[in-house]
Design a binder for this molecule. Structure first.
Ligand SMILES: [Zn+2]
Length: 84
């Protein structure tokens, strides 16, 4: 069975999928991880008032973002983050 390749696992949630995942998180159905279909949870950075989506199983995550007007997401650079 060693010649059977496993599907490639993502190491991060694809940037392009984040707006849809965020919408799904807020309105349902609950978003699922593309790797194994586990639930995706919201991690809150209270000092920078921003969020990211994280798989509760494999731990892949989105970029940090702040919800803007009209549902747009503003990406937050690492150096804008406080301790969390
Ligand atoms: Zn996962």
């Amino acid at each position: 069975m060693s010649d059977v390749k496993k599907p490639e696992r993502l190491r991060a949630l694809p940037d392009a999928s984040i707006p849809d995942l965020w919408l799904s998180y807020r309105r349902g159905p609950a978003p699922k991880c593309p790797n194994e279909g586990a639930h995706i949870a919201l991690q809150v950075n209270s000092s920078a008032k921003c969020y990211r989506l994280v798989c509760i199983d494999c731990g892949i995550a989105s970029f940090w973002f702040a919800p803007g007007e009209g549902g747009a997401l503003e990406a937050i650079a690492d150096d804008e983050l406080g301790d969390y």
